[in-house]
Design a protein. Structure first.
Length: 296
């Protein structure tokens, strides 16, 4: 299994994957983990080699604004190419009440069943808080909920009953979380941040700034405005615009909208324009009040 690292050059071999769907697939499976703990190890030895993913068939599906669902579906597409037994989105109920849902149960090879919780998250740091772009999602809450609620579900009597009824060994070998995504650090040095325990040293890093300080903080270069369905993996494009063309576009956006804008700093290489750094541009009131945007 070959772990992918964030590209620092447009000539990075990752950009030789010309299909955006396959870049998303490769990054979802092999991209850097946000966390590295005993319940969410950064390395999973049963994951495939990158070369085995390039030709994986990926059906065309309706585009979804919820990137978490897209992320889960990419995992499902890959699992369909394996010979492993697996089951997704398992509702665990007891006395007619839903206790929760297990994202995945799978059996890699001849091993005991493995319970996985999947998440794709993007957080910007502000003090001790790491906050989702819509201001309703906090990294500390996600970590606590995943560890104490989601991963413990497979050990409940109701989950064991479900597994037995569906022909699984109820003795789940491990319950683990797989969390991909990016943490955005403030470009303003006056804003201090603190990372929670368990964050991987190798996580994907970006930067963020408020719109009013854009010209002061944003480095000179060439840029690409990243549509939400492109957030999943580093961007490859045939176009990029310099700062003086970018600023009017962002001014128009923030004149009418209060949603963050995701940018990629691009470099030219053999495959086209490749992303070398990611940014969030936030409305000036962020994070003092919520932003109206679709949940990830």
């Amino acid at each position: 299994m070959s772990r992918l690292n964030p590209p620092t050059s447009a000539d990075d071999p990752f950009f030789s994957i010309t299909s955006v769907k396959h870049r998303h697939l490769a990054w979802s499976l092999l991209g850097p983990s946000l966390i590295d703990t005993d319940w969410a190890p950064a390395e999973q030895p049963w994951l495939p080699e990158l070369s085995n993913l390039i030709n994986t068939p990926i059906p065309t599906e309706a585009r979804s604004a919820r990137l978490g669902l897209v992320f889960e579906h990419l995992w499902h597409h890959w699992l369909e190419t394996t010979r492993w037994r697996w089951q997704a989105n398992i509702q665990v109920q007891e006395s007619g009440k839903t206790l929760g849902e297990m994202d995945l149960i799978l059996a890699p090879g001849n091993t005991a069943p493995l319970h996985l919780e999947l998440a794709l998250k993007f957080y910007a740091g502000f003090g001790a808080d790491w906050i989702g772009p819509n201001r309703r999602d906090y990294l500390r809450d996600k970590l606590h909920h995943t560890q104490t609620r989601q991963l413990s579900l497979s050990g409940s009597a109701a989950a064991r009953k479900h597994l037995i009824e569906h022909g699984w060994n109820p003795d789940v070998g491990q319950s683990q979380a797989i969390m991909r995504g990016c943490l955005f650090y403030p470009a303003n040095p006056d804003i201090r941040v603190e990372l929670p325990d368990g964050i991987s040293d190798q996580h994907w890093r970006g930067n963020w700034c408020h719109h009013s300080e854009l010209k002061e903080r944003l480095p000179a270069g060439n840029w690409y405005l990243i549509a939400k369905d492109e957030w999943i993996s580093p961007v490859l494009s045939q176009i990029a615009v310099p700062n003086d063309e970018l600023y009017p576009l962002l001014a128009l956006h923030f004149r009418y909208l209060s949603t963050p804008v995701c940018l990629a700093q691009m470099a030219s290489g053999r495959y086209g324009w490749g992303e070398i750094e990611r940014w969030f541009v936030m409305p000036d009131h962020w994070p003092s009040k919520p932003v109206s945007t679709t949940s990830l």
